[in-house]
Design a protein around this ligand. Sequence first.
Ligand code: ADP
Ligand code: MG
Length: 208
Amino acid sequence: MNKGILITFEGGEGCGKSTQLKLLYDYLKKKGRRVYLTREPGGTQIGDEIRQILLNKKHNRMTPVTETLLYMASRSQIVEEVIKPRLKKGYVVLCDRWLDATVAYQGYGAGADIAWINSLGRITTGGIEPKRTLFFDLPVEIGLRRAKSHKSADRMERKKLLFHRKVCAGYRAIAKKESGRIIRVPVTPSDTVSEVHARVLRAVSPLI
Ligand SMILES: Nc1ncnc2c1ncn2[C@@H]1O[C@H](COP(=O)(O)OP(=O)(O)O)[C@@H](O)[C@H]1O
Ligand SMILES: [Mg+2]
Protein backbone atom coordinates (compact mmCIF):
# COMPACT_ATOMS: atom_id res chain seq x y z
CA MET A 1 0.00 0.00 0.00
CA ASN A 2 2.79 2.40 0.91
CA LYS A 3 5.15 3.33 -1.91
CA GLY A 4 7.41 5.44 0.27
CA ILE A 5 9.95 4.43 2.87
CA LEU A 6 10.49 5.56 6.43
CA ILE A 7 14.07 5.78 7.70
CA THR A 8 14.76 6.72 11.32
CA PHE A 9 17.93 7.83 13.10
CA GLU A 10 18.51 6.93 16.73
CA GLY A 11 21.14 7.27 19.42
CA GLY A 12 22.04 9.28 22.48
CA GLU A 13 22.42 13.03 22.86
CA GLY A 14 24.97 14.59 20.51
CA CYS A 15 25.70 11.40 18.57
CA GLY A 16 25.19 13.19 15.24
CA LYS A 17 21.60 12.40 14.28
CA SER A 18 20.61 15.91 13.18
CA THR A 19 23.91 16.51 11.38
CA GLN A 20 23.65 13.24 9.46
CA LEU A 21 19.95 13.55 8.70
CA LYS A 22 20.51 16.94 7.09
CA LEU A 23 23.33 15.53 4.95
CA LEU A 24 21.22 12.55 3.86
CA TYR A 25 18.30 14.87 3.14
CA ASP A 26 20.48 17.09 0.93
CA TYR A 27 21.96 14.05 -0.82
CA LEU A 28 18.53 12.59 -1.64
CA LYS A 29 17.18 15.98 -2.74
CA LYS A 30 20.09 16.36 -5.15
CA LYS A 31 19.34 12.90 -6.54
CA GLY A 32 15.84 14.15 -7.28
CA ARG A 33 14.08 11.99 -4.68
CA ARG A 34 10.97 13.25 -2.96
CA VAL A 35 12.17 13.45 0.60
CA TYR A 36 10.73 14.79 3.83
CA LEU A 37 12.70 15.46 7.02
CA THR A 38 11.03 15.64 10.39
CA ARG A 39 11.71 15.07 14.06
CA GLU A 40 10.21 13.62 17.20
CA PRO A 41 8.78 14.90 19.43
CA GLY A 42 7.31 17.64 17.27
CA GLY A 43 6.84 17.82 13.55
CA THR A 44 3.21 18.97 13.88
CA GLN A 45 1.69 21.94 15.67
CA ILE A 46 0.31 19.72 18.45
CA GLY A 47 3.59 17.80 18.58
CA ASP A 48 5.63 20.99 18.85
CA GLU A 49 3.50 22.12 21.79
CA ILE A 50 3.99 18.72 23.46
CA ARG A 51 7.72 19.06 22.76
CA GLN A 52 7.77 22.34 24.70
CA ILE A 53 6.30 20.56 27.74
CA LEU A 54 8.75 17.67 27.46
CA LEU A 55 11.86 19.82 27.14
CA ASN A 56 10.87 22.44 29.73
CA LYS A 57 13.52 22.57 32.45
CA LYS A 58 10.88 23.53 35.02
CA HIS A 59 9.18 20.12 34.75
CA ASN A 60 11.73 18.25 36.82
CA ARG A 61 9.19 15.95 38.46
CA MET A 62 7.67 14.39 35.37
CA THR A 63 7.17 10.65 35.79
CA PRO A 64 8.43 8.18 33.15
CA VAL A 65 4.81 7.17 32.46
CA THR A 66 3.77 10.79 31.83
CA GLU A 67 6.80 11.22 29.59
CA THR A 68 5.94 8.08 27.66
CA LEU A 69 2.34 9.18 27.13
CA LEU A 70 3.39 12.63 25.92
CA TYR A 71 5.89 11.18 23.45
CA MET A 72 3.26 8.76 22.21
CA ALA A 73 0.71 11.55 21.80
CA SER A 74 3.14 13.55 19.70
CA ARG A 75 3.99 10.45 17.68
CA SER A 76 0.38 9.53 16.93
CA GLN A 77 -0.16 13.02 15.59
CA ILE A 78 2.88 13.01 13.33
CA VAL A 79 2.07 9.52 12.01
CA GLU A 80 -1.46 10.46 10.93
CA GLU A 81 -0.86 14.06 9.93
CA VAL A 82 2.54 13.89 8.26
CA ILE A 83 4.07 10.47 7.77
CA LYS A 84 1.23 8.30 6.42
CA PRO A 85 0.17 10.79 3.72
CA ARG A 86 3.75 11.20 2.51
CA LEU A 87 4.49 7.48 2.48
CA LYS A 88 1.37 7.02 0.36
CA LYS A 89 2.75 9.56 -2.11
CA GLY A 90 6.08 7.73 -2.32
CA TYR A 91 8.28 10.00 -0.25
CA VAL A 92 11.42 8.98 1.54
CA VAL A 93 10.56 10.14 5.06
CA LEU A 94 13.52 10.75 7.36
CA CYS A 95 12.65 10.96 11.03
CA ASP A 96 14.88 12.11 13.87
CA ARG A 97 13.94 9.48 16.50
CA TRP A 98 11.00 7.06 16.73
CA LEU A 99 9.49 4.48 19.08
CA ASP A 100 12.96 3.05 19.78
CA ALA A 101 13.81 6.29 21.58
CA THR A 102 10.87 5.88 23.97
CA VAL A 103 11.90 2.29 24.68
CA ALA A 104 15.53 3.37 25.24
CA TYR A 105 14.91 6.55 27.29
CA GLN A 106 11.68 5.97 29.18
CA GLY A 107 12.03 2.17 29.29
CA TYR A 108 15.69 1.19 29.69
CA GLY A 109 16.72 4.62 31.01
CA ALA A 110 13.89 5.69 33.31
CA GLY A 111 12.34 2.31 34.14
CA ALA A 112 8.89 2.45 32.53
CA ASP A 113 7.58 -0.98 31.58
CA ILE A 114 9.04 -1.91 28.20
CA ALA A 115 6.26 -4.32 27.20
CA TRP A 116 3.73 -1.57 27.99
CA ILE A 117 5.67 0.95 25.88
CA ASN A 118 5.82 -1.47 22.97
CA SER A 119 2.11 -2.29 23.11
CA LEU A 120 1.24 1.41 23.26
CA GLY A 121 3.68 1.93 20.41
CA ARG A 122 1.89 -0.52 18.15
CA ILE A 123 -1.28 1.60 18.35
CA THR A 124 0.53 4.92 18.22
CA THR A 125 2.50 4.14 15.09
CA GLY A 126 -0.66 3.04 13.26
CA GLY A 127 1.04 0.05 11.63
CA ILE A 128 3.93 2.11 10.26
CA GLU A 129 7.39 0.59 10.74
CA PRO A 130 10.69 2.13 9.74
CA LYS A 131 12.21 0.26 6.80
CA ARG A 132 15.64 0.99 8.22
CA THR A 133 16.87 2.48 11.49
CA LEU A 134 20.41 3.73 11.99
CA PHE A 135 21.67 3.72 15.54
CA PHE A 136 24.74 5.94 16.03
CA ASP A 137 26.76 4.42 18.81
CA LEU A 138 29.11 7.17 20.04
CA PRO A 139 30.64 7.03 23.55
CA VAL A 140 28.11 8.65 25.87
CA GLU A 141 30.49 11.23 27.43
CA ILE A 142 31.59 12.52 24.02
CA GLY A 143 28.00 12.87 22.82
CA LEU A 144 26.95 14.76 25.95
CA ARG A 145 29.88 17.14 25.60
CA ARG A 146 29.01 17.77 21.94
CA ALA A 147 25.32 18.28 22.72
CA LYS A 148 26.12 20.87 25.37
CA SER A 149 28.64 22.81 23.32
CA HIS A 150 26.16 24.50 21.02
CA LYS A 151 23.07 25.25 23.10
CA SER A 152 21.99 25.42 26.70
CA ALA A 153 21.31 21.90 27.92
CA ASP A 154 17.61 21.06 27.85
CA ARG A 155 15.82 18.92 30.43
CA MET A 156 16.69 15.59 28.82
CA GLU A 157 20.35 16.44 28.39
CA ARG A 158 20.79 17.42 32.04
CA LYS A 159 19.93 13.98 33.31
CA LYS A 160 22.85 12.18 34.80
CA LEU A 161 25.58 10.32 32.99
CA LEU A 162 24.38 7.07 34.51
CA PHE A 163 20.98 7.54 32.92
CA HIS A 164 22.58 8.09 29.52
CA ARG A 165 24.67 4.95 29.93
CA LYS A 166 21.46 2.97 30.55
CA VAL A 167 19.89 4.54 27.47
CA CYS A 168 22.88 3.55 25.36
CA ALA A 169 22.81 -0.01 26.71
CA GLY A 170 19.09 -0.03 25.90
CA TYR A 171 19.70 1.03 22.32
CA ARG A 172 22.28 -1.74 21.96
CA ALA A 173 19.81 -4.30 23.30
CA ILE A 174 17.08 -3.11 20.91
CA ALA A 175 19.54 -3.17 17.98
CA LYS A 176 20.49 -6.74 18.80
CA LYS A 177 16.86 -7.84 19.08
CA GLU A 178 15.85 -6.12 15.85
CA SER A 179 18.94 -6.69 13.77
CA GLY A 180 16.88 -6.99 10.58
CA ARG A 181 15.73 -3.38 10.81
CA ILE A 182 18.36 -1.60 12.89
CA ILE A 183 21.90 -1.01 11.71
CA ARG A 184 24.30 -0.11 14.48
CA VAL A 185 26.77 2.49 13.25
CA PRO A 186 29.75 2.61 15.64
CA VAL A 187 31.16 6.14 15.79
CA THR A 188 34.49 6.94 17.41
CA PRO A 189 35.34 10.45 18.65
CA SER A 190 37.75 10.97 15.74
CA ASP A 191 35.35 9.91 12.97
CA THR A 192 34.63 12.98 10.84
CA VAL A 193 31.16 14.08 9.75
CA SER A 194 31.91 13.03 6.17
CA GLU A 195 33.22 9.62 7.22
CA VAL A 196 30.00 8.97 9.11
CA HIS A 197 27.99 10.28 6.14
CA ALA A 198 29.72 7.73 3.89
CA ARG A 199 28.64 4.98 6.29
CA VAL A 200 25.08 6.29 6.30
CA LEU A 201 24.99 6.16 2.50
CA ARG A 202 26.29 2.59 2.48
CA ALA A 203 23.60 1.60 4.98
CA VAL A 204 20.66 3.17 3.16
CA SER A 205 21.69 2.89 -0.51
CA PRO A 206 20.17 -0.61 -0.99
CA LEU A 207 16.78 0.95 -0.15
CA ILE A 208 16.83 4.15 -2.16
N1 ADP B 1 31.60 13.44 13.39
C1 ADP B 1 31.58 14.55 14.14
N2 ADP B 1 32.72 15.06 14.63
C2 ADP B 1 32.71 16.17 15.38
N3 ADP B 1 31.60 16.86 15.72
C3 ADP B 1 30.41 16.39 15.27
C4 ADP B 1 30.34 15.21 14.46
N4 ADP B 1 29.04 14.99 14.17
C5 ADP B 1 28.34 15.97 14.77
N5 ADP B 1 29.16 16.82 15.43
C6 ADP B 1 28.79 18.00 16.23
O1 ADP B 1 28.29 17.51 17.47
C7 ADP B 1 27.16 18.27 17.90
C8 ADP B 1 25.96 17.35 18.08
O2 ADP B 1 25.55 16.82 16.81
P1 ADP B 1 24.01 16.65 16.42
O3 ADP B 1 23.96 16.24 14.99
O4 ADP B 1 23.25 17.87 16.82
O5 ADP B 1 23.64 15.43 17.38
P2 ADP B 1 22.19 14.90 17.81
O6 ADP B 1 21.19 15.44 16.84
O7 ADP B 1 22.33 13.41 17.74
O8 ADP B 1 21.98 15.35 19.21
C9 ADP B 1 26.93 19.34 16.85
O9 ADP B 1 27.54 20.54 17.29
C10 ADP B 1 27.66 18.79 15.62
O10 ADP B 1 28.12 19.81 14.79
MG1 MG C 1 19.44 16.53 17.18
